[in-house]
Write a protein that binds this ligand. Sequence first.
Ligand code: GRF
Length: 219
Amino acid sequence: MARMQLGILISGRGSNMKALIDACAGRDYPAEIALVLSNVASAGGLETARAAGIKTIVIDHKAYPSRAEFERDLDQALRDHGVELVCLAGFMRLLDKDFVKRWHDRMINIHPSLLPSYRGLKTHERVLEDGVRFTGCTVHYVRPQMDEGPIIMQAVVPIDDHDTPQKLARRVLAYEHKIYVESVRLIASGNIRPRGNKTASKGLKFPKKGLISPTPDDA
Ligand code: GRF
């Protein structure tokens, strides 16, 4: 079966991109990377992608007089490379509603919180300030509002009283890599699709047990 063609958009180190590169190296994984695109020429992830033999393109937003012109070239590059699913992976530009519409249900994002809580930046700082016991990460379809759209997959990460934003970010990131890889697998294999503001799945198992934190003595 033809593998789904991914276009990954990055602005930085690209560890989620790397998780997808590693997954796509597997013979049975139903997707492959057609293109890695960055708006930042110095993004560390570009080197990682090149080293893996993946086509990279830099489209520097600063070189464009308007967002619309920048996004026109972004869109063209994705089409030119036959991209079927756009994966935002630490892409630090807000995308305009025209671009989002063009890739409706064909663009996904990873966010380091349990959406719809803690949209935006500095999620780990904010969850620690609020003293919540759990945080996590979310993969979702992209809609015009930032960090909004049908949720595909989430992972829950318990918070420790001694956590720092850095420690928590490291633990959450490990789960980001897992759920991004699994979300792309679900989409590419046709096991999940958007339905209204949610997603519908087929043939998937759901855990019956939740988590408790802090863990009571007798648990
Ligand atoms: C991740 O925490 C992701 O959830 C957020 O940006 C960060 C990107 O990290 N959207 P990386 O570049 O994938 O390492």
